[in-house]
Design a protein around this ligand. Structure first.
Ligand code: NAD
Length: 487
């Protein structure tokens, strides 16, 4: 079977998934396909009553199924069956996702969905292996740190990797014994609804995963401010993260994990393998057309090797071809919306007006949909909008340095600290610089995540609070109580 599909032929699960069924709802938020710009659906918008219904359903499901209290291996088994069914249904899931998002259908099968199922299994394994601790005390006492699930977790996810982001939230929360009310982005809501449906079909107690559709101001606010949402797990922009903190502070204090924006530097020293560095740097900024939180969007290169590195990057950039996400051969992604494409273009135009130069790109591509050409922009400094703002597009800025000190000073960003890349053959320098870079993830002689899910991800500065992935994500979904027993 070919993966390519006719975008007009899909039937969309347009509604909220609460308990064990789809609650169809009239759509209100217009949706356009990024690959051709066609209006194709209206996304429903859950109000506070609908969110309340989802939370009540989750509470009842926790009570009835005793999900947090069953033999932990049972939680693990159910989650494994869910992951198996996601794999079986990968093509349907990939098509739903490719239609509304920027993810090419082939990448979804080999990348997003394959990795997400692996991550669900990875988190399931924690269920019967990580738990409470006995701690050292004197002979007259027994000390314990006892952990338990929070209850209902409220999860809110962005549009850039919708299935992966849902898996990052659902996997650890469920393995840790919680139920979830999930709100995907209003631009890419359908794959999350289908994931919830598959969980029920795989035998997960109905009501443990509830998906409500809607936007941030109405639906998102109702989730983060709900008194029975015990913990908030958010991935999205720093702007929305800040609004969520405000809402949580106003409506009742609760723990939060916030995975936010980035503007990550890639440092290249003269002794690096320039061909390998050029390939990794280009992939990191053209993958998903730069719409990745960890996109390495600031190239900072030692002056003496800037020219050959730039030549190699331009060669890679100039090979991309726009193709709709529903074509199995598609590699390069469109921008999510016309509005976002205009925003990218306006930042570039402002930078060029201020004296910057586009070495390639700097304009929309001549194709249907919202494609934007891979762009390398020189003549910028640390005050340029292209350097300070998270553009969230295929735009790489170029700055040069003469020594390590200058490299570090250019790498430091006033707001963000999500990730950083470093290319050098000098091991001592790699470690020295890694210690000084202010970012939650550092990649040396590579750029981008591997399938080592044990490595947590999260930001310094305004790139976030807490971690996704790794042990940290599991533990962030359990609260602990200290117990001391006099013997
Ligand atoms: P966004 O902040 O606009 O939206 C993210 C989600 O939050 C959506 O579901 C949206 O409806 C919801 N939302 C918006 N305002 C809200 C509010 N006040 N209350 C509750 N919910 C609200 O982000 P986006 O445009 O969907 O995604 C791109 C952003 O996400 C980028 O900044 C990117 O760096 C970030 N991101 C971060 C990570 C990470 O791991 N750090 C991963 C992916 C994306």
């Amino acid at each position: 079977m070919t993966l390519s599909f006719d975008p007009d032929s899909l039937s969309l699960p347009s509604g909220h998934f609460i308990g064990e069924s789809l609650i169809t709802a009239d759509g209100v938020i217009p949706m356009h396909r990024p690959s051709d710009g066609k209006a194709y659906a209206l996304c429903p918008r859950a109000d506070a009553d609908m969110v309340d219904r989802a939370v009540e359903t989750a509470k009842t499901a926790l009570k009835r199924s005793n999900w947090g209290g069953v033999r932990p291996r049972e939680r693990l088994n159910v989650m494994h069956r869910w992951a198996d069914l996601i794999e079986t249904e990968a093509v349907t899931l990939a098509r739903l996702e490719a239609l509304s998002s920027t993810r090419p259908v082939g990448h979804l099968i080999e990348g997003d969905i394959a990795i997400s199922t692996e991550q669900i299994r990875f988190f399931a394994e924690f269920a019967d292996k990580e738990g409470s601790d006995l701690v050292p005390t004197d002979d007259g006492n027994l000390g314990m740190i006892m952990t338990e699930p929070y209850g209902v977790v409220g999860a809110i996810t962005p549009w850039n990797f919708p299935i992966s982001m849902a898996a990052w939230k659902l996997g650890p929360a469920l393995a840790a014994g919680n139920a979830v009310v999930l709100k995907p982005s209003e631009m890419t809501p359908f794959s999350a609804v289908y994931l919830a449906e598959l969980a029920v079909r795989a035998g997960m107690p109905a009501g443990l995963i509830n998906v409500v559709l809607g936007d941030g101001p109405l639906t998102g606010n109702a989730i983060t401010g709900h008194p029975d949402i015990a913990k908030v797990s958010f991935t999205g922009s720093s702007r929305a993260g800040s609004a969520i903190m405000e809402n949580v502070a106003r409506t009742g204090i609760k723990p939060m994990t916030l995975e936010l924006g980035g503007k990550s530097p890639q440092l290249v020293f003269a002794d690096a393998d320039l061909d390998k560095a050029a390939a990794a740097i280009t992939t990191s900024i053209i993958s998903n057309a730069g719409q990745a939180c960890v996109a390495g969007s600031r190239l900072i290169v030692e002056e003496s090797v800037a020219a050959p590195l730039v030549d190699a990057i331009l060669r890679h950039m100039n090979t991309v071809r726009p193709m709709p996400t529903w074509d199995a051969a598609a590699q390069y992604s469109p921008i999510i919306s016309d509005q976002q494409r205009q925003r990218i273009n306006s930042i570039i135009c402002a930078s060029v007006a201020a004296g910057a130069e586009c070495l390639t790109g700097g304009l929309p591509m001549d194709a249907p949909g919202y494609f934007y050409a891979p762009t390398l922009i020189a003549g910028v400094d640390e005050r340029s909008a292209a350097v300070t703002q998270e553009i969230f597009g295929p735009v790489l800025t170029l700055q040069t340095f003469r020594d390590e000190e200058e490299a570090l000073s250019l790498a430091a960003h006033p707001t963000y600290g999500l990730a950083a890349g470093l290319f050098t053959r000098d091991l001592s320098r790699a470690i020295r610089i890694t210690r000084k870079l202010q970012a939650g993830t550092i990649w040396v002689n590579r750029y981008g995540r591997s399938r080592d899910h044990i490595l947590p991800t999260g930001g310094y500065k305004q790139s976030g609070i807490g971690k996704d992935l790794g042990r940290e994500a599991f533990h962030a979904n359990r609260k602990s109580k200290s117990v001391l027993i006099r013997l």
